[in-house]
Design a protein around this ligand. Sequence first.
Ligand code: MSP
Length: 508
Amino acid sequence: MNGRYYITTPIYYINDIPHIGHAYTTCAADVMARYKRICGYDVFFLTGVDEYGQKVEKAALALGIRPQELADRMVPTFTDLWGMLDVSNTGFVRTTGADHKKVVQYLFEKIRKNGDIYLGEYEGWYCIPCETYFTELQAKDGTCPDCGRPLERLKEESYFFKMSSYGDPLLRHLEEHRDFVMPDIRFNEVASFVKGGLRDLSISRTTFTWGIPVPGDPRHVIYVWFDALANYLTGIGFQTDMDRFERFWPCDAHLIGKDILRFHAVYWPSFLMSADLALPRHVFAHGWWTVEGQKMSKSVGNVVDPVGVVKEFGTDEFRFFLFREVPFGLDGDFSKEAIRARINGDLANDFGNLVSRSVNMIGKFLAGKVAQPDKTGGTDAHLMERIEAHIADYEREMAVFSFYKALGAVFEITALLNRYIDTEAPWKLAKEDPGRVPTVLYNVWNGVRIAALLLYPFMPGKTVQVWQALGIGKAIGKASFEEERRFYHAADLAPIEKVAPIFPRLDK
Ligand code: MSP
């Protein structure tokens, strides 16, 4: 056992159904969670939903139902999707739960006791019909950026968090932990924001009621971001199961989209410092998906529903596409053309074809049985050395969330194996040097097995099928990665026979 690993996704607003952006972060966390599990870690993988706030209250109002009813109705659209995407989360937070309320109020009290919360006045540009404040920048022409009606200057009583006291401690933390915010471009963004000076943050509202009340002052509800960020504590038992909490805190990685970086890399660590809690190790912000070159938006009507994509292309194909198409951290573009090209190219032609030809040859030339050769040398040893080097690349890239490069390393292995088969030509060897066929096909078999193992975090369903085709059964990811990445004692294998293509080509 290599210790514990705690990874989170944002908790998603339940005012609308999930789209590809939600699926992206959740699948990324799942890839990492599965990878860490096969590396022997005790993993806690948390996701959940963000149920409070004015956005949700308004959405419910528009439907003529209570916000709680809307939340209850929407939660299954998220949990069903996670089921469909083979997401292996260990925890799921609902912010309307009693456990979460306890945590949020505790945190508020604790920070107040430490002298970082005071009652003041919030002043800003307010849109009365939208019931929303806008910043100077958003309100530059005096009209509401959402509905276009005139804005008014309003003041309201609010509790404030002394964000201004945390600039220096944050900068120190950033200097000492260069990988606190990843990738680098986001680190620089956070550092320059903090250097620009921090203003105190309003953390309560009196203009609506759908939220957790401020302890001792129920006229105020706690600002939805203060409430939402605390989910990362709730999910592992803060205040309810302190043993578990102590085991998993601090969090190893908060995965988020680039738009919510400030909340996670500036506000959240400041709240934690004030509450005397340790800071998360990494905040990783990924890029955004556009759709056929356009920003995804409800008004354009191009919001990608992951359910439809999965039904059309398959769970593993969709997951694979997300991380093979675009470096995690950069923006990317979604289109059905692109996903089809990935399926036909990488999966059907490259990996799928390698699996089929390997399995077919083992059936044909070895009557379905492989065994580890006694000795290897020459081209065989060279092949294994190169595979080892690509595995090392893969591990290095996975450690820093470079899923794209990690997958690149796997496809180097498949290319290597395809070339090895072509140069060794087992069909020729069968006639000219039959004694060598078992060695060559064992090496191919072992290479395919390793490639499938490395692909497992991305495609947990299809790679099991590959291992089954290799006669190994469903054991993928069960033994330790350390053992499985090596040469393998091919004991107790089922007969290896021709199988239907695991990654069939898609016709247009
Ligand atoms: N509830 C807050 C998060 C609180 S976490 C303590 C929230 N929810 S959200 O549902 O609006 O968004 C969740 C995530 O979806 C964010 O990480 C955001 O970056 C991501 N995405 C929204 N649109 C996206 C794309 N078009 N592409 C990729 N991710 C996108 O914010």
